[in-house]
Write a protein that binds this ligand. Structure first.
Ligand SMILES: O=P(O)(O)OP(=O)(O)OP(=O)(O)OC[C@H]1O[C@@H](n2cnc3c(O)ncnc32)[C@H](O)[C@@H]1O
Ligand SMILES: [Mg+2]
Length: 175
């Protein structure tokens, strides 16, 4: 079985690789840069979900050899308690309804939130804050603000497991 991922982001690639290994799946894995079709910094659950689904569907269309395609998308949501990170995954399979799964969410510090509300993107803001580069490919904002306890790959691997689990359940029910 071939699983396709609609991104070249290293944290997302690691999440899929780790999940295939953890679950002992007989699957190989390919990836292709896929457009999200939403703004580069999604600002709601709906927009982030749409980005994940667009990536999964684009990826499946491009990759004939793949049985399923996964799209992973990061965004933020405004709440009465502040601006929170949100992450969504979508799994596309030909002729079937797209599956969704959401990830862990934590509140962003106000100094980060204000910059995002002013129109900046989380990736560069986090690099600036951490005096580092490419945080979005490494521990991510979630890793920085959980003292490294939950990094971006771990968070996305949870989403990938929720997607694969739903896919396996559907496959089991239809056979
Ligand atoms: O190549 P792609 O797959 O697009 O990877 P990305 O890192 O840009 O990830 P997203 O498009 O899913 O995320 C939307 C924006 O939020 C940023 N972002 C999301 N989660 C982040 C995190 O945990 N740490 C740092 N930046 C993050 C990211 O850099 C983008 O600016
Ligand atoms: Mg992006």
């Amino acid at each position: 079985m071939i699983i396709a991922l609609g991104s070249k982001n290293k944290a997302k690639l690691k999440a899929v690789e780790d999940t295939i290994e953890d679950l002992g799946m007989k699957a190989s894995f390919i990836s292709i840069e896929s457009p999200s079709g939403v703004s580069s910094q999604p600002f709601s659950d709906e927009e982030t979900m749409e980005g994940a689904a667009n990536r999964a569907n684009f990826c499946l269309q491009q990759m004939n050899e793949a049985e399923i395609a996964i799209g992973l998308e990061g965004g933020v949501i405004e709440t009465p308690f502040g601006l929170f990170l949100c992450n969504w995954g979508a799994l596309a399979e030909r002729g079937k309804e797209t599956l969704f799964a959401g990830g862990a969410r934590i509140k962003l510090p106000e100094e980060i939130a204000e910059r995002l509300r002013a129109g900046e993107e989380l990736g560069p803001v986090m690099d600036d804050y951490s005096e580092s580069q490419g945080i979005n490919h490494k521990e991510g904002a979630i890793g920085v603000f959980t003292h490294g306890l939950v990094d971006r790959a771990t968070m996305f691997s949870h989403i990938v497991k929720l997607l694969i689990g739903q896919y396996e359940k559907r496959k089991g029910s239809s056979s």
